[in-house]
Each structure stands twice: as structure tokens, then as C-alpha cells.
Design a protein around this ligand. Sequence first.
Ligand code: NAD
Ligand code: ZN
Ligand code: ZN
Length: 340
Amino acid sequence: MKAAVVRALGEPLVIEDRPDPEPGPGQVRIRLEASGLCHTDIHAAHGDWPVKPSPPFVPGHEGVGRVEALGDGVTHLRIGQRVAVPWLGQACGRCQYCLSGWETLCERQVNTGYGCDGGYAEKMIASADFAQPVPDGIDPRDAAPLTCAGVTTYKALKVAEVRPAQLVAISGIGGLGHLAVQYAKIAGATVAAIDVTDAKLELARELGADILIDARKEDPAEVLQRHGGAHTVLACAVNDAAFEAAYGGLRRGGKLVMVALPAHGTVRLPIFDTVLKGISVIGSIVGTRQDLAEVFQLHAAGRTRVISVSRELETVNESFQDVLHGDVDARIVFEFPQGG
Ligand code: NAD
Ligand code: ZN
Ligand code: ZN
């Protein structure tokens, strides 16, 4: 089977031919149909973060395909069933976090495409308990971006307790942000979209954003304050300064939800304003299996639109460059020919 492999951090990926992996107990082998390119995969391949993955590894945590082989003890999935394999590849199921609905914080979690091989391949192994069934009627090409970009932004808005009549700003209308705009609209909010390319702002408008802010030409903080200040800002742009601009756009009692993970990212925030204005700064990491089930449910009901471009896995290195240049319609999805 074909896989795109990170052999060394910061080097181009290499397409390799590998033997089909064998599922161990509690695992399944999946034949992939579609696999999304999340900006996290670029951070992984570049070794951008303090905790680094160990090459060689196969990135990808938006893999969607059909179960092809069952490991020992797997009884709840069947051959041919379509599943998605998210970033939360496995959690312990026993710790205080797992038991209290916060499996995303489990200290013993394994992350797909980071701590084990991921979806940039024709086939992959997944923990059966964390392979999420995809409802019939959802196109795998849509299911892929929902598996990380969707669940992450859906969860971030849940964590922020967004309610109708609030002003919610989404900073960065990429893979994550284009879905965030839609979830914020579904929650009933007025939505401001912030980006630095005309195409992304136009996309946000098409997806229902009420206020468009071009951060090249205007200060997002100032524009948001003119509208009374945001109740919540979701920081999805891979840029430290964008976090600070977002913070400046909050109203009293507002919430800055940190989602993007720029390399060596740090922000400087004024303590005085944070305290006197009662501002919350919250980190939000992906979502649980239940969150993903809800994301799929909304999509199956026709309430979200996934914008993506389809590519072949061989384009992986050019595709990384296109994402880094903001040159993509929301999400790149690698599609794998079926048949045979
Ligand atoms: P992306 O590259 O598709 O989107 C980033 C967007 O930000 C682009 O539209 C770009 O034009 C825009 N942008 C760049 N500079 C900007 C600025 N100064 N102001 C406003 N917008 C700007 O990336 P993505 O796949 O959506 O991922 C975004 C980030 O989220 C990455 O760092 C990724 O690692 C992280 N992420 C976090 C989680 C989590 O659980 N917290 C999950 C998935 C991804
Ligand atoms: Zn991701
Ligand atoms: Zn746990």
C-alpha cells in the first residue's frame, strides 16, 4: 500500500510502498477513501511543537474509509462499514478525564498521525473504539474535514457556551474557520469573520458571516469594538499577532478561545484588562467521540457545507505549500481511487 511518510522533521514527505498493516487486538484495518489535510499535519511534519513526533511516521487525522479487517475482540464494527479516524486515536478510558467526559484531556491518549501512523495512506490501523462510524449519506470527502476541522470548532463553540444574539468572531477562515462560521450561525450568533485573503473573506460571506474583517486593511480589534465587542473570539489563524488582535476585540466578560497552534506560539496579554473586564482565556483541543457524532449528525441533516478541493496523495508536498500560503479553498482532501 502507498503511504506519504515523514522521514525527517522539516524534510519533504516521501511516497513509499509498504506492506498492508495488520490489526492487533481491539484494532481494525481501514481502506481509506478520503483523507483531509489539517494544518496540524504541517506542524507535525515540521516538528513545530514542544512535543515532537518521531520519524518515520505517516501524518493525517482526518482519514475516512471502510473497515477491511477486524482484529481480535472487535465485535461492534463490521467489514465494509465506513468510519473516520480522528486525532484522538485512543484514550485510556479509566482516568478522571476519560470518566468525566473529557477524554480529549487523557494523559495516556495516542494521537493519530503523530503518536501512531495516520491517514496519509491507502490503508491504516485504528483503535476500533475510537474509529467513528460515519452515517450513511455523508460523502467521505465531506466526512474527512469534519473529523478534525469540524469537531474542533464545534467543540470550541460549545466550550465558549455561545448563545443566540451573541457576537462571535472567527479569526482565520481556513479548514477550521469555514466550519466555525457555520456552527456559530447554527448557534444563533452574529458572526464576524477575520482573514487576510479576499477569497477566504468571500467564502465566509457565502457561508453566512455577517461582518467581514480584512486584517490586512483594518484592525480586527477596532472593528469588533465598533460592534460592541465580541462575546467570543475563536483564534483559528496560525499567527501569534492574530491572537492578540482577537483578544482586543472582546467585550467585557468575553472569551478568547485558543484553537490554532502556531510554532513557538506565545501571546502577551494585559493582566489589568483581563482582570477588570472579567475576560476568559480558554484552550480548546479537538472534541470527544460524542462531539464528532453530533458533527456528523448536523451534516447528515444538511445543516453544514464542507468546502474542499480533491487531490492525489502524491501532491502532498505542494499541498503543504498551498496551505501555508493560504491558497486553498478551505480544505485539501486526498482521495484514493477505490476498485480493485
Ligand atoms: P488553515 O491554514 O486552513 O487556516 C488558517 C487560516 O488563517 C487561513 O485561512 C489563513 O488565510 C488565515 N490567516 C493567516 N494569517 C491570518 C491573520 N493574521 N489574521 C486572520 N487570518 C489569518 O489551517 P487549519 O487547518 O484551519 O488549522 C488552523 C490551526 O488550528 C493550526 O495551527 C492547527 O494546527 C490548529 N488546530 C488546532 C486544533 C485544536 O484542537 N485546538 C485542531 C485542529 C487544528
Ligand atoms: Zn486537525
Ligand atoms: Zn484517560
